[in-house]
Design a protein around this ligand. Structure first.
Ligand code: NDP
Ligand code: MG
Length: 384
């Protein structure tokens, strides 16, 4: 088996650390070329000391000196800042880049890796949400340039293997419904940060956990699916499936529906992306079909989860609308986590930014960066 030279952007996060667990459990299969972290210099230093990559990048330079001292091997190149991160994504000696960064910070590194001809295993859904139009040139029928890590998109890819893409009638993206699936609008007025961080099925980074609680995550995933699979928005639906066993489904023109199932464990889709188009042994828990259990489905509720509707509308509108949606959501989530605004204000901030904008600009890298910056200022200033 050929060893994969792997770079992990965001190795200190939830996806990044799980990817390193896979690397650790499969000695000889991967060689780590570069690792990156933002603020968690201690964990990054531990990872660097264990995996001995060629390069490590710490983007937040506040603790640069402490990080330098904590790295034992002087042969490892240490770099600092976001420009270096994007440069490493393009220039390091890797076969594959796993982009496990969170938010808009992931977009330029994705572009940089793809432009340089590398394969990208993409967990950073925000890359496709904001810049799908610019990245779509790298999406092909074999799905071997940008490979999805998000569990729903991994499920769709697994359902599509060996199928004619033109016979796809519908993609159905499953959603757990998050912690507030059964809460009334009145109860939702009183949601605390602790309530929102308590996801029933998945243990993830803070931003995506809040996105799951508002169901913005499902909206972002619909946009992501549109660009990953080149399927028009009207052929992509979301359905609530509280058990998170079916990770998504594809219906074909003959009426047949394929579903991919597995325990809710991100190691499975991460590993699939790293070994795609192959499939290799992974030591994860198996579903036990000998036990009585139920798989249930409910329609999504736009009234209680307005963020999902805002995302669907932003996709229909196209252009820079998804970038505005994303930037305003990133700020609203950060403000909610800081205790500045309430849970229901998150949708208000996003709506405000989408309604008060200049929508005429075309999607270019410069316009995306400018729109992202400008929207963040607006979202920070908005008094809910
Ligand atoms: P985390 O917040 O756990 O990790 C994010 C990583 O990005 C960390 O390494 C962090 O560094 C780094 N980072 C944060 N901000 C910046 C920045 N401004 N510049 C450079 N690096 C930065 O996120 P997750 O692992 O949960 O999510 C990563 C991506 O994967 C997201 O797009 C998410 O939507 C997607 N995803 C995650 C899933 C999950 O189960 N977690 C499931 C499906 C998709 P540090 O910690 O050192 O500050
Ligand atoms: Mg997902």
């Amino acid at each position: 088996m050929k060893q994969t030279n792997l770079t992990i952007l965001g190795s200190t996060g939830s996806i990044g650390t799980q990817a390193l667990e896979i690397v650790r459990a499969n000695p000889g299969q991967f060689r780590v070329i570069a690792l990156t972290g933002n603020s968690n210099w201690k964990l990054l230093a531990e990872q660097v000391n264990e995996f001995r990559p060629e390069i490590a990048v710490l983007t937040d330079e506040t603790n640069a000196e402490l990080f330098r001292t904590a790295v034992r091997d002087s042969d490892i190149t240490l770099m600092f800042g976001n420009a270096e991160l994007a440069a490493v994504a393009g220039t390091a000696r890797h076969d594959m880049v796993l982009n496990a960064l969170v938010g808009f910070s992931g977009f330029i590194p994705t572009l940089s890796a793809l432009e340089a001809g590398h394969k990208v295993a993409l967990a950073n859904k925000e890359s496709l949400v904001v810049g799908g139009e610019l990245l779509s040139g790298y999406v092909n029928k074999r799905h071997d340039r940008i490979i999805p890590v998000d569990s729903e998109h991994s499920a769709i890819l697994q359902c599509l293997v060996g199928e004619p893409c033109k016979e796809v009638e519908k993609l159905t993206i499953t959603a757990s419904g998050g912690p507030f699936r059964t809460w009334s609008l009145e109860q939702m007025n009183k949601i605390t940060v602790k309530d929102a961080l308590n996801h029933p099925n998945w243990d993830m980074g803070a931003k995506i956990t809040i996105d799951s609680a508002t169901m913005m995550n499902k909206g972002l995933e619909i946009i992501e699916a549109h660009w990953f699979f080149d399927i028009p928005p009207e052929k992509i639906d979301a359905v609530v499936h509280p058990q998170s066993i079916i990770h998504s489904m594809v219906t074909f023109t003959d009426g047949s529906t394929k579903a991919q199932m597995g325990v809710p464990d991100m190691k499975l889709p991460i590993h699939y992306a790293l070994t795609y188009p192959g499939r290799q042994y992974l030591d994860t828990p198996r579903l036990d079909w000998s036990k009585a259990q139920q798989l249930t489905f409910e329609p999504v509720d736009y009234e209680r989860f307005p963020c999902l509707k805002l995302a669907v509308d932003a996709l229909a509108e196209g252009g820079l609308a998804p970038a505005i949606l994303n930037a305003s959501n990133e700020i609203a989530v950060a403000r909610f986590l800081n205790g500045e605004i309430s849970y229901i204000d998150i949708a208000r901030v996003v709506r405000h930014c989408l309604e008060n904008r200049d929508s005429s600009e075309e999607v270019t890298i410069d316009n995306l960066i400018h729109t992202d910056k400008e929207t963040r200022v607006k979202a920070k200033a908005f008094r809910a």
